[in-house]
Design a protein around this ligand. Structure first.
Ligand SMILES: Nc1ncnc2c1ncn2[C@@H]1O[C@H](COP(=O)(O)OP(=O)(O)OP(=O)(O)O)[C@@H](O)[C@H]1O
Ligand SMILES: [Mg+2]
Length: 251
C-alpha cells in the first residue's frame, strides 16, 4: 500500500466562518504535494488540523490504513503517527541552543533517566555537517538557533524530521521572506526528503517553487479543493493560469 494519509469529508468553522468545506485528499509515500491558494483560502487551517494543533469539526482521517480517533488527536498523537510540522509563524526557540531545539520533547536519556547531552551534541553536529552542510563555519550544536540563516533554520527542522524518522513533513511557507540563495537551500532540502522516502505537504505562494519540488498540486479556494493535479499532467504556465482562473472566479 502506497497511501500514507487519506482525509475524507473534513469540515472546520471558526465562529460563523466556514473555513474548510468537505475536504478530501490522499497523500502517498515519497510524494511531495503543494497546497496552493489565495490568502485566507484555509491552507494553514488545514495543516493545523492535520498536525493536531487545531481540531476538525468533522472528518475521517486514515493514516497508514488505520482510522485515527480524532477526539483524542493532538500534536503528540500526530507526532507519534509520524507527522512533523513547521508552522508559518515559527520564530519560537530562536534563543535556544541548536541541540536543545533538535531534541526538545524527545531527549536522549541515559539509563538513569538523565538527558545525555553529549550524545545529543554529537548527533546535532552530524546533522549540521552532513545534512545542512555547515562545515567549518563556526556553528556548532551549542550555537543559538538565531545564528542560523532563515533557510538553514527550515533545513534544521527538516533534518530533525528525518532524524526522528517522521513519515510526513508539513512546511507552511518555508521560503517566504528568504533571500534567493536561501530559497535554493530550502528547495534542495525538500528534494532530499524523497531520497529518504518521506512525504511532504508544502504550502507556498510561489508557484515556481511548488512546481520545482512537488509531484502534485492541490488548489484550495475559500475552503474547498478546486483542483488536484499531477505534475505530469500540467506545465508551470498552465498551473499558473489555472490558479489565476480559479482565483478570478471568486473576486
Ligand atoms: N484562530 C482563528 N480564529 C478565527 N478565524 C480564523 C482563525 N484562523 C484562521 N481564521 C480564518 O480562517 C480563514 C483561513 O485562514 P488560513 O490561515 O487557514 O488561510 P491561509 O490559506 O493559510 O492564508 P495565507 O495564505 O494568508 O496564509 C481566514 O478567513 C482566517 O481569517
Ligand atoms: Mg497560511
Amino acid at each position: 500500500m502506497n497511501e500514507i494519509l487519506n482525509l475524507k469529508n473534513a469540515f472546520k468553522t471558526y465562529g460563523k466562518t466556514q473555513v474548510l468545506k468537505d475536504i478530501n485528499f490522499k497523500l502517498n509515500k515519497s510524494e511531495v504535494i503543494s497546497l496552493l491558494g489565495d490568502n485566507g483560502a484555509g491552507k494553514s487551517t488545514l495543516i493545523k488540523c492535520l498536525s493536531g494543533l487545531e481540531k476538525f469539526d468533522k472528518a475521517e482521517l486514515i493514516i497508514n490504513e488505520k482510522k485515527v480517533n480524532l477526539k483524542n488527536y493532538d500534536i503528540k498523537n500526530a507526532r507519534d503517527l509520524g507527522f512533523e510540522t513547521v508552522y508559518q509563524e515559527s520564530s519560537v526557540g530562536l534563543e535556544q541552543e541548536i541541540f536543545r531545539n533538535i531534541f526538545l520533547g524527545r531527549e536522549i536519556t541515559n539509563t538513569f533517566g538523565f538527558i545525555n547531552i553529549k550524545k545529543e551534541q554529537e548527533v546535532s553536529m552530524h546533522l549540521l555537517q552532513n545534512f545542512l552542510g555547515l562545515r567549518g563555519v563556526g556553528i556548532n550544536p551549542n550555537s543559538k538557533v538565531s545564528s542560523l540563516s532563515g533557510g538553514e533554520r527550515q533545513g534544521l527542522a527538516i533534518a530533525r524530521a528525518i532524524y526522528f524518522d517522521s513519515k510526513v513533513i508539513i512546511l507552511d511557507e518555508p521560503t517566504t521572506a528568504l533571500a534567493i540563495k536561501e530559497v535554493g537551500k530550502v528547495l534542495n532540502f525538500i528534494k532530499t526528503l524523497q531520497e529518504h522516502e518521506k512525504s511532504c505537504i508544502l504550502i507556498t505562494h510561489n508557484i515556481s517553487h511548488a512546481y520545482e519540488v512537488s509531484n502534485r498540486f492541490i488548489i484550495l479556494e475559500r475552503g474547498e479543493i478546486k483542483a488536484d493535479i499531477k505534475k505530469d499532467d500540467i506545465s508551470l504556465i498552465e498551473l499558473q493560469s489555472k490558479l489565476l482562473t480559479i482565483q478570478n472566479e471568486y473576486q
